[in-house]
Design a protein around this ligand. Structure first.
Ligand code: AMP
Length: 598
């Protein structure tokens, strides 16, 4: 018999009531130890705030408005009552708990089990159409007690707010079953399945988890720097830490750096060459979604590869005649399509630019230093696409050489080992001249750390820093935009919370605004007529002139003259910029002392 979901909800309640990390961990340890292997797996997964494992591409497709409708139906609450409850708690789960407790819904005779919940999630994910998802949701919520409904809704919306990060769940698993934490983390990175890793920890087999082709690995992330000077400073810090804190001068540190152009496309992990599945190719986005369908020409090209490989790189729109990438706005026309017409394939050709090699011939290379991975990547690309491997030997006058025409689909990102700080400045200018976003500075001694944003990879883009933010509210515009939600309030991350930092209405095309307007209507949390709070799902990249201290928003900061550069469909909300980054940028401004809050 599977454990009850009520037990899980009570655990969440206890976790939310303490802010002490160790106490949270021990609460999880105690609970996990009392459960069967399957239920412990489910519990670990759900505590991380996901209804499905990372490696599992299923989604529930249940948004705030469907949940609100289901709640209204179950409790009989009218829109004003719903909205007032939401405003009181700022959280749909907590609002549901209150509404259900106040309604006279009879208690369900049979307790909901963890196994039943897993089955319901599977049914909802495979249901076709809103009506059938609604029916399943009503069945599920109809069986829940108010406390269960609270956490059920939090789980469905992916917003648990119990102050538990996945890393803490990993610690709890290791401690509960005396498993080695680094082995637990490694197994998770390889399998992308917290439930499976839990079951392995129980049976003492975490060390036997294997990488699987066609299961995306986590992506290594880069830390932003705003200037060449900051890049140099941060990179020196990284090298010092590597040398056990020994004093290292920037001029010495720089020799450990590899510099590449930062391409303005979308990140994609390429899996192909499985001898057991000839011709199978998968490209995974940063959200770990399989996006191969949108790029049939890449799939056709990589289907020829016959050795099992996992590569990291960037899909860019490409101008074969000019031998350079096209702006991101061109690539945007290719995103999110299930069918790609021949005309579009010809008008916006795409290539995939490789910059890292994660696995070759079944062997995982993540722990090898970048210098070795790069060497193996160059050899591999030469073998696979001889015409594309144009990397200059170190120290030559020209920093980069563009990959040659005609467009061969697989290109190797040219890389350069730095010799001096001046070269860094020059590399940045030249990357911009080539139409790329900026440069990446990578530590040649670093391992590939999936999912980590450290100093081993730095990104320097645009003259002015930009912020990746999430939209939290939308307003109807004026004039031509009176009928569409075109003004967006957006937030950065502060731990588990989102803090608003600005509002922007310029930068997007009419078609994009139309699309977003539609989306926000379907994902409204509270409708105040002219103004709606919306589910925090849409990530935008915004530029601004500077940052000022202000009490207009709850972050304590406001952006001056913000403008939207683009919608970042490729970026998960968990990876938007943080309040800490805003503070850093604020302090880095030369003229902040003159700033006036307006
Ligand atoms: P951002 O999206 O601004 O956080 O910057 C990091 C992103 O830059 C990565 O996720 C990649 O999509 C992209 N990128 C472009 N060129 C490179 C490169 N040479 N190495 C690593 N990442 C790159």
């Amino acid at each position: 018999m599977s454990a009850s979901f009520l037990q899980f909800a009570r655990l969440c309640q206890s976790l939310a009531s303490t802010s002490r990390k160790l106490e949270k961990r021990d609460l999880m340890v105690d609970s996990l130890r009392q459960l069967s292997a399957r239920d412990a797996g489910r519990t670990a997964l759900y505590l991380s705030g996901r209804p499905f494992a990372e490696a599992d591409s299923r989604t529930l497709q249940v948004g705030g408005s469907l949940l609100s409708k289901a709640l209204a139906e179950l409790t009989g609450a009218d829109p004003e009552t719903l909205s007032a409850a939401y405003r009181r708690h700022g959280d749909l789960g907590a609002a549901a708990e209150e509404l259900l407790a106040n309604s006279r819904k009879p208690p369900c005779a049979q307790a909901l089990t963890m196994e039943e919940l897993e089955q319901s999630f599977a049914q909802i994910a495979s249901a076709s159409g809103t009506a059938s998802r609604m029916r399943l949701l009503l069945d599920l919520l109809g069986r829940a007690t108010p406390l269960e409904a609270k956490y059920l809704i939090k789980l469905v919306t992916g917003d648990m707010r119990i102050g538990v990060k996945q890393s803490l769940v990993e610690e709890a698993i290791a401690r509960a079953y005396n498993a080695d934490l680094s082995q637990v983390r490694r197994a998770l990175m390889l399998t992308g399945d917290l439930a499976e890793v839990t079951v392995r920890a129980i049976s003492g087999t975490v060390d036997q988890a294997r990488m699987r082709l066609f299961h995306p690995l986590g992506f290594m992330l880069a830390s932003p720097v705003a200037t060449v000077e900051e890049a140099l400073e941060r990179f020196t810090e990284e090298v010092r830490a590597e040398h056990g804190g020994h004093q290292t001068r920037p001029t010495e540190a720089i020799r450990e750096a590899q510099v590449e152009d930062k391409y303005d496309g979308i990140r994609a992990q390429l899996h192909c060459g499985d001898p057991g599945q000839p011709g199978r190719v998968a490209l995974f986005s940063r959200n770990r979604e399989d996006i191969s369908e949108s790029f049939p020409e890449l799939v056709e090209a990589f289907a020829q590869i016959t050795e099992p490989v996992i590569l990291d790189g960037e899909i860019v729109a490409w101008n074969p005649a000019g031998n350079r990438a096209l702006p991101f706005t061109s690539l945007q026309q290719r995103l999110g399509r299930k069918r790609v017409a021949q005309e579009l394939r010809e008008r916006v050709p795409v290539v995939w630019i490789a910059f890292d090699l994660l696995s070759l011939g079944g062997e995982l290379l993540l722990e090898r230093p970048l210098r070795e991975r790069r060497q193996a990547l160059e050899t591999l690309v030469k073998r696979l696409a001889p015409a594309t491997s144009h990397v200059r030997p170190q120290g030559q006058a020209a920093l980069f050489e563009a990959p040659p025409a005609p467009c061969p689909r697989l290109l190797l990102a040219p890389a350069m080992q730095l010799e001096s700080a001046e070269q860094l400045e020059r590399a940045y200018t030249q990357a911009r001249e080539r139409g790329n976003e900026g440069i990446m500075i990578k530590d040649r001694n670093s391992a590939y750390q999936p999912g980590r944003r450290g100093l081993a990879w730095l990104k320097l883009k645009r003259e002015l820093a930009t912020l990746d933010v999430v939209v939290t509210a939308a307003e109807y515009g004026h004039g031509r935009r009176a009928g569409v939600l075109s003004d967006y309030t957006f937030a950065v991350r502060d731990g588990d919370r989102l803090k608003n930092i600005g509002k922007a209405y310029s930068g997007l095309t009419d078609a994009e605004i139309e699309q977003l307007s539609h989306f926000f209507k379907a994902h409204t949390l509270e409708d105040h007529g002219h103004f709606r709070t919306v589910e925090p799902l849409v990530v935008l990249e915004v530029a601004f002139n500077n940052i000022m201290r202000s009490d207009r928003h709850d972050s304590g900061f406001a952006l001056r003259f913000p403008r939207i550069l683009r919608i970042r469909n490729d970026k998960p909300v968990q990876e938007i910029d943080t309040l800490q980054r805003v503070e850093e940028l604020y302090h880095a401004q030369p003229d902040k002392a003159l700033e006036q809050s307006q």
